[in-house]
Design a protein around this ligand. Structure first.
Ligand code: MN
Length: 249
């Protein structure tokens, strides 16, 4: 089929609603993808084989926000301030990252997504920036999700700077974990004034397109052209299709 819109697989969480375990995702991820020209498909938790099939189905992978990562999945012990964990979700997302790499499918990682991505590729994490770092600003904002509450400085000559068209921008913030040491193949592209990592991207975007942010752009796309552009650039990259290798499935 010609002019096919790219299929964007979005990972989701699980939550008990009316006594039933339910696949759970904020709608703003789906609408932000649709408004950027993509076709969102919500990916529930599944086994390795299913993750491989999903990777073959999708033109892009969007790792969404959510609960804390189980530190044991990345070889660390739990900090006392660790929140709720869902190890099955961690495993599914790590499998998806693995197959997205294998099939060269672009990855856009948001909030928890940047943490899972970094952990999956061999990086390390702070489990609670407030406790583990000396002087931090407020990264768990109260109030509207679309409100920008702290600024970030974006590295020059990065994909992120190119898309945003600026080196200073204010973003929203809903996290207490953060990237510590970047994984091999990823570089830090933005930090907040306290030095906390706020964005990363692939060191070789032609080899594998990866963009990761610690904030929630999906909740700002209706009030911020820059945040909308993050989704547009991601979806357009997925639409090129040249990135995707022939599936082995
Ligand atoms: Mn932040």
């Amino acid at each position: 089929m010609e002019n096919k819109k790219p299929i964007i697989g979005i990972t989701c969480s699980t939550k008990e609603i009316s006594g039933q375990e339910t696949a759970y995702l904020h709608y703003s991820y789906a609408t932000s993808v649709m408004n950027a020209g993509g076709v969102p498909v919500i990916l529930p938790m599944g086994d390795k084989e299913t993750a491989q099939e999903w990777a073959a189905l999708c033109d892009g992978l969007l790792l969404s926000g959510g609960e804390d990562i189980d530190p044991q999945q990345i070889g660390a012990e739990p900090h006392p301030n660790l929140g709720k964990i869902i190890p099955e979700r961690d495993k599914t997302e790590m499998d998806l990252i693995h197959y997205a790499q294998e099939l060269n499918i672009p990855i856009f990682a948001i909030c928890r997504g940047i943490q899972v991505l970094n952990g999956a590729l061999g990086g390390t994490l702070y489990q609670d920036v407030k406790d583990e770092l000396e002087e931090v600003i407020k990264h768990s904002q109260d109030g509207a999700r679309s409100a920008a509450t702290h600024s970030i400085t974006v590295e020059k000559d990065t994909l992120l700077a190119k898309i945003l068209g600026t080196h200073e921008i204010a973003i929203n913030s809903f996290h207490h974990m953060a990237v510590k040491e970047a994984a091999p193949g990823l570089k830090v592209t933005a930090r907040s004034s306290d030095g906390v990592v706020e964005a990363m991207e692939s060191t070789d975007l032609d080899k594998h397109w990866i963009l990761a942010v610690q904030w929630h752009p999906e909740d700002m796309t209706e009030v911020s052209e820059e945040m909308h552009q993050l989704f547009v650039h991601f979806v357009e990259t997925c639409a090129k299709g040249t990135y995707k290798k022939q599936s082995a499935v």
